[in-house]
Design a protein around this ligand. Structure first.
Ligand SMILES: [Fe+2]
Length: 426
């Protein structure tokens, strides 16, 4: 763990503990105390909902925010901070085939999660109540004024999403090469999705139901929520199945050409690293990753005698081989899931100066995503053995890439690639 990360974690631990103490002092002054049975019930709900996460994109979505918001509107920030921290500490999630829980998670990670929640609950309630003061928390109050629930609910959820993305983004930026802005941008969409769009409405309903029907009513409410989560998980699993199919297709392609074993996976890996460093959005990175896996799919249409010919190809054979770009394009054309990959597959042998194939496009006529895959492809080709030559030394490859800046390759892509090489990321 780097020094910056240690300092950041220390700061979060101290701030979280101080805020918890401050909230505790304020809470003991309240007239109405929340029953420990109800706190235990909400803790159990928090643990269950945080455990039922669904992996989506680079992060995971849980319906745990519903419990967070319901607790806040019912009991206020102190009890909520405790409930939500316990939910994060004792959740049991799945990573691959392994179950992840606090016993096999490093203590500093668990502590960060708990303290992060305390800070988020405190600051979100502070800002929200500053803009729209809450007359009283809902806990078994006789009348329910829906506006007094909805407006603070929207403010609290929004602030919570922003603060959470900022704190987690801050931690990531101390551990990985990208900037805080990069991680914040990636996280904010995700946290808004699971707070405002899903968690907020579920949370408000849970709050009203608990207030009028108690523990039993809340439990009945959870059945449809679990069903909704199951449907969402099916959607995510289906997307994963697509990726597995594409991987299988790419590796069968590599197996056909003896000299390119593992080529597609490596090109995909390099392309993704370049795209991330260029701060491209999630969809663009995903598209680049998939297209890179499939960039040579058109080699299915090239005879094995040409692909595996020992020695150099003659002019006619070379022309046949070049057709793989167009063949690849026609293979994926019409598959809606892959329509954004079409251009990259067709144009991955185009050059910045227009001397490439199949269309001789140049400059801005080719998308940046295509240039990313083109450079990753060329780098891997030069660093592996071919029928007509052995792999080039790394230094030679890097100097060729630098020389081709603005000729074969897009200048920005070359700069990013060389900086990744310099800092050892690639
Ligand atoms: Fe190719």
């Amino acid at each position: 763990m780097g020094k910056q990360t240690k300092i950041y974690l220390g700061f979060i631990y101290i701030l979280g503990s101080a805020l918890l103490y401050y909230l505790f002092k304020g809470y003991t002054l309240l007239d109405v105390q929340v029953s420990s049975l109800h706190i235990a019930f909400f803790m159990a709900l928090a643990i269950v909902t945080e455990s039922l996460q669904v992996g989506y994109r680079d992060t995971s979505i849980s319906i745990g925010f519903a419990v967070n918001l319901a607790a806040y509107t019912l009991f206020g920030p102190f009890v909520t901070a405790i409930i939500v921290s316990v939910g994060f500490l004792f959740r049991i999630t799945k990573k691959g085939d392994q179950r992840v829980h606090f016993l096999n998670t490093p203590w500093f990670k668990s502590l960060f999660n708990a303290m992060n929640m305390i800070i988020c609950v405190f600051l979100a309630s502070l800002f929200s109540e500053f803009i729209y003061p809450v007359p009283q928390y809902l806990y078994f109050s006789e009348t329910v004024d829906f506006m007094n629930l909805l407006i603070p609910g929207v403010f609290y959820s929004s602030f919570f999403a922003v603060i959470n993305a900022a704190l987690v983004g801050g931690l990531f930026s101390t551990m990985a090469p990208n900037s805080f802005k990069h991680y914040f941008k990636e996280l904010i969409g995700m946290t808004f999705l699971s707070t405002l769009s899903i968690g907020m409405f579920l949370g408000l309903i849970l709050s009203v139901l608990f207030n009028s029907l108690g523990v039993t009513g809340s439990l009945l409410f959870f059945l449809p929520i679990l069903y909704a989560r199951y449907t969402f998980k099916l959607y995510v699993d289906m997307k994963d199945a697509y990726l597995v199919t594409i991987r299988a297709l790419a590796s069968s392609m590599d197996a056909k050409d003896h000299y390119t074993l593992g080529h597609s996976e490596r090109v995909s890996e390099y392309s993704e690293a370049i795209a991330r460093k260029m701060n491209l959005g999630y969809d663009e990175v995903e598209n680049i990753r998939t297209a890179a896996l499939l960039h040579d799919i058109g080699k299915i249409g090239v005879p094995d005698t040409i692909l595996n010919k020992p020695g150099r190809l003659n002019e006619e054979e070379y022309k046949i081989c070049q057709r793989h770009a167009e063949i690849g394009h026609s293979i994926v054309h019409g598959i809606s899931y892959l329509n954004k990959c079409e251009e990259i597959i067709r144009s991955h042998h185009e050059r910045y100066d227009g001397k490439g194939y199949p269309d001789g496009l140049a400059g801005d006529k080719i998308a940046l995503e295509t240039y990313v895959v083109a450079l990753a492809d060329a780098y891997d080709a030069m660093s592996s053995d071919r029928p007509y030559r052995t792999a080039l030394p790394e230094e030679k490859i890097l100097s060729i890439i630098a020389e081709e800046r603005g000729f074969q390759f897009h200048p920005n892509v070359v700069d990013v690639f060389l900086s990744l090489k310099k800092d050892g990321t690639l």
